[in-house]
Design a protein around this ligand. Structure first.
Ligand SMILES: NC(=O)c1ccc[n+]([C@@H]2O[C@H](COP(=O)([O-])OP(=O)(O)OC[C@H]3O[C@@H](n4cnc5c(N)ncnc54)[C@H](OP(=O)(O)O)[C@@H]3O)[C@@H](O)[C@H]2O)c1
Length: 246
C-alpha cells in the first residue's frame, strides 16, 4: 500500500487555522505555508489579521471573525469552499481561578471560544473537508497535571480530549487529533507583568526534563505532523518538555 501519497504533503493543500494570527496558530500557519500550503488565518481582530498576513506568503488569506459566535462560524464555512485541514487554536487569556472565588457565569464563558467554538467549527467545517483531510484541536497538560487555580484550564483541556476522540469516531475517515501543550511562550501570557511572565517561564522551565518551556514553533511542528500523517486518529499528542513526568 502506498502510504506516501499526495495527502502526506502540505504542498498546495488548503489549511484553515482558527486563531491563526498569534502564538501557536500563527507559527502553525507559517510552518504549513513554508511547506507550500495555502493558508487561511482567522481571528477576531482585523489589525492582528493584517499583521499576521505580512508574515505569510501572498497566497495566504485572513478573515476577522469573532469565533465565540456560532452564526459567524457557520457563515464562514458556508462561504469558504472545500479545504484539506482545519486547525483550531483560538483562545483568550486565561486567569487562574480558585474554587473559593469562582463566579460560575464567568467560568462558563471561558468555554465559549475554546470548547463551543471548536465544536461549532467541527460541525460546519466537516462537510467541506477533502478526502485525506484532518482536524487538529488544541489541548493542554492542565487536564492531566493541573496546579491549584487551574480548574478551568484543566476542565477545558479534559473536554477537548474527549471531544477529539468522539469526533475521530464520528467523522472517520477524516482524522481528528489534538496537541496537548505544556506552557508555551506566547501572547496568551501577556496578562502577566513582564517580570512575572519571565519568572514563570524560568521557574517552570528549570523544573522540566528538557529545561525550558515551549516555543510556538514546537507546537507548530506537531500540528504539521498531524496534518501529514495518515494513520493516527483520536490521538492527543503531548508536546510538553516532560511536564507530565516531573
Ligand atoms: N500558550 C500556552 O502556554 C498554552 C498551553 C496550552 C494550551 N494553550 C492553548 O493554545 C491555544 C492558543 O494559544 P496561544 O498560546 O497561541 O495564544 P495567543 O498567542 O494569545 O493566540 C490566541 C489566538 O486566538 C485568537 N482569538 C482570541 N479570541 C478570539 C475570538 N473571540 N475569535 C477568534 N479568534 C480569537 C487571537 O486573535 P485575536 O485577538 O485577533 O482574536 C489569537 O490569534 C489557546 O486555546 C490556549 O489555551 C496555550
Amino acid at each position: 500500500m502506498n502510504t506516501q501519497n499526495n495527502n502526506s504533503k502540505l504542498q498546495d493543500k488548503r489549511v484553515i487555522i482558527m486563531g491563526g494570527t498569534s502564538g501557536i496558530g500563527l507559527a502553525t500557519a507559517q510552518a504549513a505555508a513554508a511547506e507550500g500550503a495555502n493558508v487561511i488565518v482567522v481571528s477576531s481582530n482585523q489589525q492582528r489579521v493584517d499583521d499576521a498576513l505580512t508574515t505569510l506568503p501572498n497566497t495566504a488569506k485572513g478573515y476577522a471573525i469573532d469565533l465565540s459566535s456560532e452564526q459567524n462560524i457557520k457563515s464562514f464555512f458556508d462561504g469558504i469552499g472545500s479545504f484539506d485541514h482545519l486547525v483550531y487554536t483560538a483562545g483568550e487569556n486565561l486567569s487562574l481561578i480558585y474554587l473559593s472565588n469562582l463566579e460560575l457565569e464567568n467560568a462558563r464563558s471561558f468555554f465559549n471560544l475554546r470548547y463551543w467554538g471548536a465544536l461549532a467549527s467541527l460541525k460546519y467545517a466537516a462537510p467541506h473537508i477533502n478526502q485525506g483531510g484532518s482536524v487538529s484541536l488544541m489541548s493542554g497538560t492542565a487536564s492531566a497535571r493541573p496546579g491549584a487555580g487551574w480548574l478551568l484550564g484543566a476542565s477545558i483541556c479534559g473536554a477537548m480530549d474527549g471531544l477529539t476522540r468522539a469526533m475521530a469516531v464520528e467523522l472517520a475517515p477524516i482524522r481528528v487529533n489534538a496537541v496537548s501543550a505544556g506552557v508555551i511562550k506566547t501572547n496568551l501570557w501577556n496578562g502577566l507583568t513582564e517580570a512575572d511572565r519571565e519568572g514563570m517561564y524560568k521557574y517552570l522551565g528549570d523544573n522540566l526534563l528538557l529545561k525550558r518551556v515551549g516555543e510556538a514553533e514546537d507546537i507548530a511542528l506537531a500540528f504539521t505532523y498531524l496534518m501529514k500523517q495518515q494513520h493516527g486518529t483520536g490521538q492527543i499528542l503531548a508536546v510538553e518538555g516532560g511536564t507530565l513526568l516531573v
